[in-house]
Design a protein around this ligand. Structure first.
Ligand SMILES: Cc1cc2nc3c(=O)[nH]c(=O)nc-3n(C[C@H](O)[C@H](O)[C@H](O)COP(=O)(O)OP(=O)(O)OC[C@H]3O[C@@H](n4cnc5c(N)ncnc54)[C@H](O)[C@@H]3O)c2cc1C
Ligand code: FES
Length: 247
């Protein structure tokens, strides 16, 4: 499902990898009370709009589907820390699975505007579920690897063979991923092989999205500090291996 929101301030200020919180209850309705986090799939600063793609999985997204063109929806954003692309990066590899791809597409949009190159991997169960193929092409991606479980091209061994064969000679300087633990591990292998830093966009259940409720705290605690908040310290995090264990 797609939703285009007239939200000029969000369109003007959103950074790649940030998200909005959408409240799917209409004015006067009490449920669903909590807003739902959604990535921004694309932004159009000229038109003052942002586009969101979503899958219907439960009560909130089911209600979202009932909204009609022209209706108002309570939207807070842009929120969170998005991806960081250092000034010397020329080529970025984007690796997304399913709806997780929606957190990566605005990176390609920004790459096109800033003269950076995009290599994109979009992975899904089958070709009908692939997200972003045309969008990436429209935004100048040098290569789009559309891989599926159906034909086996999404299997880590097949994908890594195809990526290394095509990009070993001129590898990307940054790898960004979202949507799959399996792809995160694959990106880690590529990150080590190409000595390219890597960032991961992490999902969590979010009640506020603003850093207030602490319900989205996740990951390693440091001494005296609680785990990072996915909504405020992320959702994009630099990926670093702190220690290897034999477990
Ligand atoms: C930063 C961020 C960006 C997101 N961007 C998108 C997007 O662009 N498009 C999109 O479709 N979805 C996105 N999501 C996930 C989306 O927020 C959830 O699918 C939505 O909140 C589900 O609400 P619901 O009321 O329909 O389902 P619920 O009734 O809340 O849940 C239905 C099912 O979905 C699972 N679920 C709910 N929320 C999450 C979550 N955050 N992570 C994993 N599983 C979950 C539940 O465990 C349950 O099994 C994003 C989540 C985050 C944190
Ligand atoms: S969702 Fe409330 S602090 Fe992150």
């Amino acid at each position: 499902m797609a939703l285009v929101l007239e939200a000029p301030e969000v369109a003007a200020s959103v950074r790649p990898g940030q998200f909005v919180m959408l409240t799917a209850a209409r004015a006067g309705e009490s449920a669903p009370a909590l807003p739902r986090p959604m990535a921004i799939y694309s932004r159009d600063q000229g038109a003052g709009t942002v586009e969101i793609l979503y899958g219907v999985v439960g009560a909130g997204t089911e209600r979202l589907r009932s909204f009609n063109p022209g209706e108002q929806i309570y939207t807070v954003g842009p929120l969170g820390r998005g991806f960081e692309v250092a000034p010397d990066v020329q080529t970025v590899l984007l690796v997304g699975r399913g709806i997780g791809t929606c957190s990566l597409t605005t990176v390609a949009q920004e790459n096109a505007e800033r003269g950076r190159d995009t290599i994109a991997v979009t992975s899904a169960r089958n070709s009908g579920a692939l997200i972003g193929v045309d969008f990436y092409r429209k935004h100048g991606a040098a290569t789009v690897h559309a891989v599926t479980d159906d034909d086996g091209t999404s299997a880590p061994a097949a994908l890594i063979a195809s990526l290394t064969e095509q990009h070993d000679e001129k590898p990307p300087q940054l790898i960004l991923t979202c949507g799959s633990d399996r792809l995160t591990r694959l990106c880690q292998t590529l990150s080590e092989r190409w000595e390219a830093p890597m960032q991961v966009s992490v999902e969590a259940h979010m009640a506020c999205g603003l850093g207030y409720c602490h319900g989205c705290a996740s990951g390693a605690r440091s001494q005296g500090n609680e785990s990072p908040l996915i909504c405020a310290d992320g959702p994009a995090f630099a990926w670093r291996i702190l220690a290897e264990t034999d477990a």
